[in-house]
Design a protein around this ligand. Structure first.
Ligand code: ADP
Ligand code: GLC
Length: 480
């Protein structure tokens, strides 16, 4: 099959708009598909944060009260930004400055999805018609529905980046968005008395994907399916788990402009320099032999931030240092800040979003912590393997799929990190204690570091898996 025209519809795309892994994945996957020959366009709301771009981008279409502007990313990917200032010219992507979701998110993303589907559909204003429209997460969940309603348009794919966020809104949203009333039923987009954007995407798309094979299995069970496991079971034949890759140019210790000293698997000396710089920057004693444990994440229940806080005393008692970067639930932020105040020479906490510091922590820390209760894929455990900072992760979703566990001498040849099952401070401690013990054995530690640094986490393989799905859907459509 020749070059396919693929339209990504998403609320985030790095570097224009990012609050987490969604932004990284949309930007990097679009670029990777471009490299294997597909013609990918990313459709994104034009938030205030991207309005300051030089030139603002030419207007390529006007529809339903909005304008569409074009910009090109450094990767060569074309982005179409849908502009409607009353909906998107605001401080945040999803929330106001106080951390509250905007009360009109149903309208904001509902309207966005409708316009995106129109833009690239068969009857859209552009000469460019998508073969496949690929919706990411709940924000784009109505795109497969609008596409199905139009009838003559592209094939559709819905990707789940996180089942915990479903975009459920009052029933009245159906009318507000001009959707036909008959989609509002259990065999459709209704979910326990609400309109669920994610359920719409899962129900009306031609194929469903999620971001790791492990998570694809998990979400068909009640523990991880958040009420949609039944629907996912019925769609099992159309559901696949494709592991996320990472942007290996952006996350490369040998070429990372954010870090103090470049290094690679053969020359790990630079990592020690980064550790000293990091300890100094965060006000911790610059001790080369003290194990430095780091965590960069949203501070939420999902990520197990509370588990790390529960464990902190043991970690400090074992003579390690702890650094945390993140923001999220206020109580966790406050508890983390209080912990650092109690232990200023062992713990440093930075609340907020700081891309440069995230890179410096990957480069300067010895051990990376990811005790997630669930994790669709997770990116930091892959960054940390690439940076020679072995991760300690819980055995769930993409974490289980991407970390090769240390389990004694015979595993030293392949192990890249430490894996535990039990979602508790005790569970995490078991794995962390084993990491700290191995850290003292420099040769063994070096092997674990190098095993991780040698792995290929690039997007090539996964991009080809997406391509195979697109081809199958397009072929199926052509047959009809
Ligand atoms: P999720 O999307 O669930 O938050 P991922 O591991 O997939 O988790 O991706 C998180 C991304 O966001 C990573 O690139 C990580 O480095 C980044 N990140 C998260 N919190 C922060 C922060 N406080 N500062 C800088 N980067 C952050
Ligand atoms: C979500 C998930 C995370 C995943 C990311 C990108 O935010 O929580 O595990 O890596 O999306 O797919």
């Amino acid at each position: 099959m020749g070059r396919l025209k693929v339209a990504f519809v998403a609320a985030e795309c790095a570097p224009f708009a990012k609050t987490g892994g969604l932004g990284d994945v949309v930007g990097a996957l679009a670029a990777a598909l471009g490299r294997i020959g597909d013609d990918v366009r990313v459709i994104l709301p034009r938030y205030r944060s991207i309005q300051g771009l030089p030139g603002g981008g030419p207007v390529i279409a006007t529809l339903d009260g909005g304008t569409v502007r074009e910009a090109v990313l450094a990767s060569g990917v074309t982005v179409w930004m849908i502009d409607r200032p009353d909906l998107f010219d605001r401080a945040g992507l999803y929330q106001d400055e106080k951390g509250h979701d905007y009360s009109d998110n149903a309208l904001r993303f509902g309207w966005f999805g409708k316009v995106a589907a129109q833009l690239v559909g068969a009857d859209g204003p552009l000469a460019w018609k998508a073969d496949v429209v690929h919706a990411h997460d709940w924000h784009a969940g109505l795109v497969p529905l609008w596409t199905r309603l139009a009838g003559n348009g592209p094939a559709s794919v819905q990707t789940i980046h996180n089942m915990a966020f479903q975009g459920c809104f009052p029933a009245d949203t159906v009318r507000l968005l001009g959707l036909p009333p008959d989609i509002y039923r259990p065999d459709g987009a209704e979910f326990y008395g609400h309109l669920s954007f994610l359920k719409a995407g899962l129900y009306y798309s031609d194929a469903v994907t999620t971001v790791s094979p492990g998570y694809a299995e998990e979400i068909t069970t009640p523990e991880f399916g958040f009420g949609l496991e039944g629907l996912l079971q019925t769609r099992r034949d159309d559901l696949s788990g494709i592991l996320n890759g990472i942007d290996v140019d952006e996350w490369d210790p040998a070429r990372d402009p954010w870090i103090g000293r470049a290094y690679d698997g053969d020359h790990l000396g630079g990592k020690v320099v980064n550790k000293t710089l990091l300890q100094q920057a965060l006000g911790l004693p610059a001790e080369a032999d003290t194990p430095l444990c780091a965590m960069v994440s949203r501070m939420t229940w999902q990520k197990g931030s509370d588990i790390v806080l529960d464990l902190a005393d043991r970690l400090i008692g074992a003579g390690a240092q702890l650094i945390l970067l993140g923001s999220g639930e206020r109580t966790l932020e406050q508890a983390a800040t209080a912990l650092a105040a109690r232990h200023p020479s062992s713990v440093a906490v930075r609340i907020g979003f700081d891309e440069a510091l995230a890179h410096r922590m990957e480069a300067g820390a010895d051990v990376f912590l990811m005790p997630s209760r669930f994790e669709p894929c997770g990116l930091n455990q892959m960054y940390s393997q690439r940076y020679g900072t072995p991760p300690v992760v819980r055995a769930t979703g993409g974490l289980r799929d991407t970390v090769i566990p240390y389990g004694g001498e015979e595993t030293l040849e392949s192990a890249t990190g430490f894996v535990f099952e039990d979602s508790s401070a005790d569970g995490l401690w078991q794995a962390l204690a084993s990491a700290l013990a191995l850290y003292r054995r420099k040769d063994a530690w070096l092997r674990i570091q190098r095993n991780g640094m040698r792995r290929d986490f690039g997007w090539g393989h996964s991009a080809r898996q997406y391509r195979t799905i697109y081809e199958k859907l397009v072929a199926r459509k052509e047959k009809r």
